[in-house]
Design a protein around this ligand. Sequence first.
Ligand code: G1P
Length: 210
Amino acid sequence: MVLLQAGLPENAKITEVFQDKPLGLGHAIWCAREAVGDEPFAVILPDDMVLHGTGCLSQMVKQYEKLGGNLVAIEAVPHDQTQRYGVLEPGAETGTLVAIKGLVEKPAPADAPSNLAIIGRYILDPQVMEDLSAFNKGAGGEIQITDTLANLIGKQPLHGYKFQGQRYDCGNRLGFLAANLAFALSQGDTGRQGDLGEKLRSVLGDIMKT
Ligand code: G1P
């Protein structure tokens, strides 16, 4: 909470909501329905970190203002890793935006409609809550936001946004370590942590020599 507050604008408010059972991402989102109310909202899965001068969600907000509906961050992943992600059936592509014709949660590579995967950033319409409240179970026996978004195709616009920046998957040890290094090494550029990046580069250089 202290860390979160350190980076928040003055008028921002933090509300905690607990998901009392591990019933899936869709259920976790549904648990926040009262905090969300009747406005579009963002979902950030913190095990996906994106390093870029403009944050992934800021990039998405710009696109969302033109599109409305539901918007998800997407990235091409290796074909043999589709079973780790929500994967889209792509429609028309305009620059960095892809209209989504269909979505499948964690398909085996042989069943995947493409290798374009959802990364953990969403801007969602509050209407998703209604579909989520049906508590339909999907992949892994969990309530999946991917299935809800698929159900809303045709009723609301749904787009994927190919974000700028490097994504780190902190859900595995190597990705977590890489993210720590990459973010720390970038600190000299942003000035937020003084010359931390420069110092770390020198320390890493010494470690690599041993
Ligand atoms: C969740 C979503 C999945 C998405 C992924 C991104 O899966 O269900 O659609 O592609 O996040 O990281 P999880 O990583 O929680 O299994």
